[in-house]
Design a protein around this ligand. Structure first.
Ligand code: HEC
Length: 172
């Protein structure tokens, strides 16, 4: 009888220890799992965004270029061509107060400012005169050539037929 009581208490102890061990094991794994889960950074959408950018990359490649970089075709236009294409619209008729080509009395006081000033005003715009006559593809040389042509047509001689005064820029 005594031995049986002892045996049953041993069984109880073993069962209890096993249960505790099992509980500890479960607790350990739960803790480990929580550790793993919290170690993974949450996705704020950037991973998805990166994947999207990667997917569209070969299709959409945008290259921004300087809009002031004139297309080569503009550089080969002559003064008369620039005038006929762009400037004539206003300067042939005197529209919106533009000095009309041929009106020497209108051009002479303007030319008195100097050709460089006229070029500067035509490139950057002045009052009702839009910058580059409204065509940003034109180069400063295009504008200068057109002005020289307009002045020549008006009967005002410029010495700009000679190449640009590079000598002026040379160190003294
Ligand atoms: C939309 C009409 C218009 C076009 C196009 C136009 N002009 Fe003019 N331009 C004007 C007007 C208006 C003035 C007078 C501005 C003022 O002095 O109030 C003027 C003035 C000028 C002057 C005199 C500036 C000064 O300092 O007195 C020059 C030079 C000139 N234009 C060059 C050109 C050239 C070169 C082109 C073509 C590339 C051109 N313009 C195209 C309207 C135009």
């Amino acid at each position: 009888m005594n031995a049986q009581v002892e045996k049953s208490s041993i069984v109880t102890s073993v069962t209890l220890i096993s249960a505790l061990a099992l509980l500890a094991t479960v607790a350990f794994f739960v803790a480990a799992l929580i550790g793993i889960i919290t170690a993974i950074p949450s996705d704020d959408g950037s991973r998805k965004q990166a994947a999207v950018i990667d997917r569209i990359k070969p299709v959409a490649r945008i290259v921004l270029t300087d809009p002031n970089a004139a297309p080569p075709v503009a550089a080969v236009l002559t003064g008369p061509e620039v005038y006929n294409k762009v400037c004539m619209a206003c300067h042939a008729t005197g529209a919106s107060g533009a000095p009309k080509v041929g009106a020497k009395d209108l051009w002479e006081p303007r030319f008195a400012q100097g050709l460089d000033t006229l070029v500067n005003h035509a490139v950057n715009g002045i009052r009702a005169m839009p910058a580059k006559g409204g065509n940003p593809a034109l180069t400063e040389t295009n504008i200068r050539d057109a002005i020289v042509y307009m002045l020549a047509e008006t009967g005002i001689k410029t010495d700009a037929a000679a190449p640009a005064p590079a000598a002026e820029a040379a160190p003294k």
